[in-house]
Design a protein around this ligand. Structure first.
Ligand code: 0A1
Ligand code: ZN
Length: 883
């Protein structure tokens, strides 16, 4: 239903939750599949909660109702009402069987929610997306996650047009029908909520593998894709097998059906979907080969395959009571994936990558008008709440709990959580309760984290008392108000710490209140607004290494001298905190450039990194690449009261120039050549690390000797054996507006014309043109024949990459960027409200822009509040952003 921004529908409140009056014990679904017309017959066996007098109400959106039968009787319109997306039926009782028939038009479904067509009508295939509320676009049903039913699904279709028929659950027969048609049936033995239903039908190829679970169940693993992509699914198959083994070993969780299907589509609103037994993936997170996939994308494929697989327990076997509990499955599953990826790759690099994402995507969300708690108290459109806060901050909260319990305790708690809630729709209280009870610890104080928006700011101040040989660490916390939450409370903040002597040694910790020595690393918990911790037997003022491994999602003000940060950067053995010291030092160097005057931090940052760069004993190329990267423009902007994105960009460029100059063009070039001599397309850690450092070295070189770097990049582009090297070179050419860029872009376009995922990169990379040049290029690309608003990946590759990854290019002082983006939002919203609403969130930070841009952004966003109606999705985002 459409709504005007000024007449928004009433919000849904967590406090209004009531257990459903009607349950569905069993659902039989019959699909008669066609591209323009699909008929769905659904048969529900109902259970009524006798304590509630509520009439039977089923959700249904955009359904063409054909017939309704209740207990074998055809209903007349007097017996039901279908209005405002609710079907209300009279005379149903406990044990009633309700049969409805509806007709759908999948080809007309551009919102990609419910049943839709992926690809051209002649050759594309049909598929479903039901989370969060897509099932109501398929049939009438109480479409909420606390209604768990057993599914029997029968698909019928023309055999030539739809040779492959799939649904979730185990196969339960298939055969021919008259007239060139065929059928297939699937039965899911595990009751599930409607959002986990899925079907797929069309011409698809497969790769398969047999897997035997730790408890001895043989499982057919099958990945399906269109013919031109199927050979690019082998990496995902390996990743799936690794994920299944890991979940058995790390959590004792076995797979529970005889088949596990995975399908790739190019038309998908999100990353992937964990439908029971039939995962559906955005092709971007499933297909991989060295010629078209970068190293970062390989890791993303592995992570998303694992994430969806892990949902089988954290989400499917134990699901959510209501959508407010979304982080119960998402935060937990992100955390499980992060653990898995850390085990498969480098733990330090994974942590750096995840924290960088948190800071880039979640901290700004938490600091702006869209801030919301990990468990929101209200929403209007649930699809707007698949956010970095629910996912990434949600994962950080699980990490804190896991840290509090220790490895064995967390496993004990998770075992209890899965056992006690298996087959149920649970809440965050159930989760914290199970973890706590299994360990005899009250974890309920951590619930406050789930209900409070905003990133806590923690200050640390140290005082050394030479006479007492003691060091007092005083921690304070404060969280700024967020929309609807003026007053914040103190949260339990676990701070993992170590103390370093000035020679780089870690000191043994003797903390007041603890009789025994604590080793050289310990977790203290800040529970109040201010608390002090006293360490004894300390012979000289130490340097604290705080929040090791990023033990809590807070913003730390550590009051360090630049030399202290430089010491941690050299000596900390916690890889994450080493990087963190470099980030802090770079931020201070940035402040120095911005404010003029004292350049101690800038010098300390450059010197420390130049020393590491030259240190032949420092062998971790990937970590070195990350150490050499200052915080991104979005993170640096978060430090400013008033943001001028062009100035942030210029200062960050200057910062990197200073670093490049300090290391020197000669050493950079020599290092580049040494790394380039090892070039290959292997995926092992050291080959990936070599490519990562090579890219960083080339980027630094481009800032101090552009002609030399561009010549090198042009050569690298031509000779690159992998997409990682090719795209890195192309990005350097485009960002530097190098003369060689034109030819390389033309070559790339031609070479990858038939590969949508590679073509997305061609669109994205050009959004990185510097400054004023960007908008004209983005406009030109929007008119390219390969551009379409109908494909979410393409929209994100162009508009998303422009607005998110090139702030200086997007935030033009004349406001032309905002006006043009807003113009695109209207037609996009008419096609696909989810994608439009998500894209609109790029304007989240407008209130902190400098006055000229702020006014331009406000006026552009406000223009959406008049004129033709917007979707509920976009309406909610626009209203909240305007505040
Ligand atoms: N549960 C999926 C994410 C997802 C959410 C909504 C979707 O459609 C609107 C699709 C996917 C996950 O966490 O992977
Ligand atoms: Zn998920």
């Amino acid at each position: 239903m459409n709504a005007r921004p000024d007449s928004a529908s009433a919000p849904i409140l967590l406090s209004d939750y009531r257990a459903p009056a009607w349950q569905v014990e069993q659902i039989e679904l019959d699909f008669d599949l066609g591209i323009d017309a699909t008929q769905v017959r659904s048969c529900l066996r109902l259970r009524r909660d006798s304590t509630q007098a509520t009439p039977l109400c089923l959700d249904g959106e955009g359904l063409e109702l054909l017939t309704i039968m209740l207990d074998g009787q055809l209903l007349s319109p007097d017996d039901y009402r279908y209005a405002d997306n609710v079907l209300e039926i009279d005379h149903a009782h406990d044990g009633s069987v309700l049969e409805t028939r509806v007709r759908l038009n999948p080809a007309a479904n551009t919102a990609l929610e419910g049943l839709y067509l992926s690809g051209p009508r002649e050759s594309g295939f049909l598929l479903t997306q039901c989370e969060a509320q897509g099932f109501r676009h398929i049939t009438f049903f109480p479409d909420q996650p606390d209604v768990l039913a057993s599914y029997t699904v029968t698909l019928r279709a023309d055999r030539a047009r739809f040779p492959v028929l799939l649904a979730g659950g185990n196969p339960d027969g298939a055969g021919d029908l008259d007239g060139g048609r065929h059928w297939a049936r699937f039965v899911d033995p595990h009751p599930k909520p409607s959002y986990l239903f899925a079907l797929v039908a069309g011409r698809l190829e497969k790769i398969g593998r047999e897997y035997v679970t730790a408890d001895g169940r043989p499982v057919q693993l099958v990945i399906w894709a269109e013919a031109d992509a199927i050979e690019r699914c082998h990496y995902a198959m390996d990743a799936l097998e690794r994920s299944m083994r890991w979940d058995e070993q790390a959590y004792g969780r076995n797979y529970d059906l005889d088949v596990f299907h995975v399908v790739a589509t190019h038309d998908f609103n999100m990353g992937a979907m964990e439908n029971k037994g039939l995962n559906i993936f955005n092709a971007k997170y499933l297909l991989a080969d060295p010629d078209s996939t970068t190293d970062d994308e390989y890791r993303a494929v592995e992570a998303v395959v694992a994430h969806e697989y892990f949902h089988n327990w954290s989400g499917n076997r134990v699901t959510c009571r209501d959508w407010f509990q979304l982080s119960l499955k998402e935060g937990l599953t992100v955390f499980r994936e992060q653990q898995f990826s850390a085990d498969m790759n480098s733990p330090a690099l994974k942590r750096i990558e995840d924290v960088a994402l948190l800071r880039r995507a979640q901290f700004p969300e938490d600091a702006g008008p869209l801030a919301h708690p990990v468990r929101p108290a209200e929403y209007r459109e649930i699809n707007n709440f698949y956010t970095a806060t629910v996912y990434e901050k949600g994962s950080e909260l699980v990490r804190m709990l896991a840290g509090r319990l220790g490895q064995a305790g967390f496993r004990r708690g998770m075992d209890r959580y899965f056992e006690h809630n298996d087959g149920h729709a649970a809440t965050l209280e159930d989760f914290l309760g199970a973890l706590g009870e299994a360990n005899d610890i009250d974890l309920m104080p951590y619930l406050a984290w789930y209900g409070q928006a905003g990133t806590p700011r923690m200050k640390a101040r140290g005082h050394y008392d030479a006479a007492q040989h003691s060091y007092t660490l005083t921690l304070t916390q404060h969280t700024l108000p967020t929309p609807g939450q003026a007053h914040k409370r103190a949260l339990p903040i676990p701070v993992k710490l170590a103390l370093f002597a000035t020679d780089g040694r870690m000191l043994p910790l003797h903390l007041d209140g603890h009789s025994n020595a604590l080793g050289d690393e310990h977790v203290i918990v800040l529970e109040q607004a201010e608390q002090s911790f006293v360490f004894r037997n300390i012979d000289a003022a130490p340097i604290p290494s705080l929040l090791r491994g990023f033990s809590a999602p807070v913003i730390l003000d550590g009051d360090y001298a630049p030399t202290e940060l430089a010491l941690l950067l050299r000596h900390d053995i916690d890889g994450f905190n080493r990087w963190e010291a470099a980030q802090q030092l770079a931020s201070r160097a940035y402040d120095a450039l911005r404010d003029g005057g004292d350049t101690t931090a800038l010098t300390a940052w450059c010197d420390a990194l130049a020393e590491l760069f030259d240190d032949e004993l420092f062998a971790d190329d990937a970590l070195l690449a990350d150490l050499l990267s200052p915080p991104g423009e979005i993170e640096l902007a978060e430090r400013e009261q008033v943001v001028d994105p062009a100035r942030v960009h210029a200062l960050r460029q200057e910062l990197q120039q200073r670093l490049g100059a300090r290391i020197g063009a000669g050493p950079l070039l020599r290092r580049y050549e040494a790394l380039a001599a090892q070039t290959n397309r292997q995926l092992d850690a050291s080959s990936q690390a070599q490519r990562r450092l090579k890219r960083r070295v080339l980027e630094l070189l481009a800032l101090i000797d552009a002609p030399a770097a561009h010549a090198v990049a042009a050569g690298q582009y031509q000779d690159a054996p992998s997409m990682t090297d090719r795209l890195a070179a192309l990005a350097v050419l485009v960002r530097g507006n190098a003369p060689q860029a034109t030819l390389a872009l033309a070559h790339f376009r031609e070479r990858y014309a038939g590969d949508p995922l590679a073509l997305d990169k061609w669109f994205s990379v050009q959004t990185q043109l510097p400054g004023e040049l960007t908008l004209a290029r983005v406009q030109l690309l929007a008119g390219d024949p390969a551009f379409t608003l109908k494909n979410p990946n393409r929209v994100n590759a162009l508009f998303g990459a422009w607005a998110r990854s090139n702030p200086a290019g997007f935030h033009r002082a004349d406001g032309a960027g905002y006006r043009w983006l807003v113009q695109q939002l209207r037609p996009l919203d008419a096609l696909n409200p989810q994608v439009a609403a998500r894209l609109a969130t790029v304007l989240n930070g407008w209130k902190r822009l400098e006055p000229v841009r702020r006014e331009a952004a406000r006026s552009a966003i406000s223009s959406l509040t008049t004129g033709p109606e917007l979707s509920r999705n976009l309406t909610e985002i626009v209203q909240n952003i305007l505040g």
